[in-house]
Design a protein around this ligand. Structure first.
Ligand code: BGC
Length: 763
């Protein structure tokens, strides 16, 4: 039986591919420069480049490196992360440049995930806009601000597909769909990296977490992943691949295992798929202590797992210091080769070269620029606009929204006036205490016309211990220590005096995000009780729902008259929500994830297979069919769903031909009419079903979308060009191709409500 050590011991020389990159534009000057530099480097200095410790300003794990300053002087640090502030970074870079032997500049990384100080909606919110220009713009602003503050590397975008809202990190990605996820991956990377990585306002992006991190068993973070290769290639891989095609400069290996081997040591994944199949030639970094954690995974001691990671294709070791402390021994023992170390060091030096750090190591450290560009009025205005475009209107009984700015309005709930919980998870650079709350936004914008009365009504949760868990990292709970009856009574007194109730409920910032898995996706009991009591007043209720994942909100959907799903909107939250509630912005966002009726339906996603025993009518139970006895198969809100203050009518689908042959183009179009009173934008969605295939095929797959603006009463024809490219999939042999036959072409306002036509396409 082979052990991990045997695998490390395998002769490697012949397997190691070229140490020079060709994916990026060939650059003989760079190659020459790095050849010269590497010829001067000792083994220790090369290993030093592979070391990425955390400076400890914010951490997600236990480990913190000690004596970082000394290590930098000794050339034993390649980059640093979790450090904020232009002066601190300049000084740290100075030590590398002036006090280390070879004066190699350092990378400075940070999780700049959805903006920097000007904070944008969490990525799931960004995805809801279905607006690639806005998403790109959000990444551009993030890069502008972060690079002004000394950062040159962001650990973003996270493109992990997730079909499981129990997994808290659904908040950090673009949802469940590979097509939408791939589009967003490209938009984010072009926003961060721009056209010129060496400019002082662009930064190295890092696509993560490679791979399949979004599919842990039971939705529990870091848990085992087990899936077929056809699902990997068709569903989970596409956004990572799209990122590579978009020229992403770095990739982060994921914590989970893939086919029984931790991703960080999985050579098939990190080298065969990523580099040989997709042509990635940038740098590959482990996740935080990802190397060391393979000891707990059970594949070896620190020396073994470090050698395995290097051999798999990981170049840089985040926090574990396994590369730094054990690779020399492994080299002496013949378990790894010089060329593997050289290759990893070269990739890191290349990233530094591409950023232009060898020309000017301080190019991102300009205090003047930092003062002017970070958290500027202009950037905050962009963040506000993007936030308002990310809010999904789930319900609007009797057109309660938009509200008229008059009379008395109650603003109630644990999220009505809580600044720290507005930016959402992974907003490490955000000025949390300054974030605009709903109450603040409403009062500033409409305080002259409307009398706003406010009360908390309930804490996040009755349980203090749980409340502490969901408001970590300084995201205050503002817990009201009075007894629950008193807190509630105050809210009801107010509610009884007003014309409309706005109630701000949902998750706290850290209810979702890393290590925030949940099995109960309903509102917490304290908040449910509040809503039920408010209902008894008989006043119209607008629920403003804060969340970092799809939630189970059947009861709230019954009780509330209107529901605006705002995710975590960022630093400008209160302004953006007010813009939507009062109709300055007509909502147009659409869900990038399916909202289940019950946790028991999970995983639930729109692009599922039909099975041999589908229900004839998804809403009607039948014995011996794929169904539940106690709940319908349908979601509460389908993927792609989102209302507007206006209404849209879709014509039947028109196709340029119903019988096609060969590599030609099909045009499918609909006429969409704005039939309501307001101007508004609609995301028109194209889905395709491959009716018969060699493999079973999903009931539908998103293959295109367009966001169109329609004035009240206006009609527009929206056309999609479809080629055999859109019909291709990876079959059982992992061959990417299409097959002759019937295809259903569907266009509609969400994944459920579509008009369709069937065509036949022969090879
Ligand atoms: C997360 C990564 C993150 C890293 C560095 C880890 O815990 O999984 O997404 O980039 O920490 O902060």
């Amino acid at each position: 039986m082979k052990t991990p050590v045997d695998i490390v011991n395998k002769p490697l020389q012949t397997e190691v591919v070229s140490t020079k990159s060709t994916h990026f534009k060939p650059n003989p000057l760079m190659d020459q420069f790095i050849d010269d530099l590497m010829s001067k480097m000792t083994l220790d200095e090369k290993l030093g480049q592979l070391n990425l410790p955390s400076a400890g300003d914010f951490t997600t794990g236990q480990a913190k490196s000690s004596n970082i300053g000394q290590k930098i002087k000794e050339g034993r640090v390649g980059g640093l992360f979790n450090i904020k502030g232009v002066d601190k970074i300049r000084e740290t870079q100075r030590v590398a440049i002036e006090e280390s032997r070879l004066k190699i500049p350092m990378l400075f990384g940070m999780d700049v995930i959805h903006g920097y100080e000007s904070t944008f909606p969490i990525p799931l919110g960004l995805a809801s806009s279905w607006d690639m220009d806005l998403i790109q713009q959000s990444a551009r602003v993030a890069a502008q601000e972060a690079t002004a503050d000394g950062i040159n590397w962001t650990f973003s975008p996270m493109v992990d597909i997730s079909r499981d809202p129990r997994w808290g990190r659904m908040s950090e990605g673009s949802g469940e769909d590979p097509y939408l996820g791939s589009m967003i991956a490209r938009a984010m990377i072009s926003g961060y990296q721009g056209n010129d990585l060496s400019a002082n306002n662009t930064m190295l992006a890092c696509v993560k977490h490679f791979a399949l991190y979004g599919a842990p068993e039971g939705g529990r973070d870091y848990n085992t992943v087990d899936m077929s290769r056809i699902t990997m290639y068709n569903v989970y891989f596409p956004p990572y691949k799209a990122a590579v095609e978009a020229g992403v400069g770095s990739v982060m290996a994921s914590f989970n295992e893939v086919e029984g081997i931790p991703a960080t040591a999985n050579r098939w994944l990190q080298t065969e798929v990523l580099r040989n199949q997709w042509g990635f030639e940038g740098l590959n970094v482990s996740d935080y202590t990802g190397i060391k954690e393979m000891i707990a995974h059970g594949i070896g001691d620190l020396q073994t797992v470090s050698a395995l990671a290097l051999h798999a294709g990981v170049d840089m070791d985040m926090v574990s210091e396994g590369f730094l402390t054990t690779l020399k021994k492994s080299l002496d023992e013949g378990k790894i080769t010089h060329s593997e170390i050289d290759q990893a060091a070269r990739r890191i030096l290349e990233a530094k070269y591409r950023l232009g750090l060898f020309d000017d190591p301080y190019k991102y450290c300009n205090a003047e620029r930092a003062k002017k560009e970070i958290y500027s009025a202009k950037n905050r205005a962009i963040a506000r606009n993007v936030a308002s475009q990310s809010m999904v209107l789930l319900k609007n009984r009797n057109q309660l929204l938009p509200l008229s700015p008059k009379g008395k309005i109650a603003v109630i709930g644990p999220l009505s006036d809580n600044p720290e919980n507005m930016p959402g998870t992974w907003s490490v650079a955000s000025k949390h205490a300054d974030a605009v709350t709903l109450l603040k936004g409403l009062k500033e914008m409409y305080g002259k016309q409307v009398e706003f009365l406010s009360a908390k009504g309930a804490n996040f949760d009755y349980d203090t211990e749980f409340e502490n868990r969901i408001t970590m990292f300084g995201k205050k709970a503002y817990r009201d220590e009075r007894n629950k009856e008193e807190i509630l009574k105050e809210a009801l007194d107010i509610a009884n005096k007003v014309d409309v109730i706005i109630v701000a409920l949902g998750e706290a910032s850290e209810s979702s995000g890393e290590a925030s898995s949940m099995v109960n996706l309903e509102l917490r009991q304290s908040q449910k009780d509040l809503l039920r009591e408010l209902k008894k007043t008989g006043k119209p209720i607008v629920l403003v729902l804060f969340n970092g994942r799809a939630m189970v909100i059947n009861e709230e959907n019954e009780i509330a008259d209107a529901i605006l799903n705002v995710w975590f909107p960022g630093s400008e939250a209160g302004y953006a929500i007010s813009d939507v509630l009062f109709g300055k912005v007509n909502p147009s966002a659409k869900l990038p994830v399916t909202f289940p009726r019950s946790v028991g339906q999970i995983p639930i996603y729109y692009n599922h297979k039909n099975t041999g025993r589908p229900l004839t009518d998804e809403n009607v139970w039948e014995k011996f069919r794929t169904a539940y006895l106690d709940v319908s198969n349908t979601p509460l809100f389908p993927f792609g769903f989102g209302l507007s203050y206006t209404t849209f009518n879709y014509s039947n689908v028109n196709v340029s031909s119903k019988n096609l042959q060969g590599n030609v183009k099909l045009t499918a179009s609909v006429t969409v009419k704005n039939t309501g009173k307001y101007d508004g934008a609609e995301v028109v969605q194209l889905y395709i079903r491959d009716v018969f295939g060699m493999n079973t095929r999903p009931v539908k797959e998103l293959k295109g979308f367009q966001k169109v603006m329609l004035k009240a009463g206006e009609s527009k024809t929206v056309s999609f060009d479809i080629t055999p490219e859109e019909l291709k999939y990876y079959n059982n042999d992992l061959k990417y191709d299409w097959e002759s036959g019937d295809f259903e072409i569907m266009i509609g306002t969400n994944s459920k409500d579509v008009n369709s036509v069937t065509i036949n396409w022969q090879k």
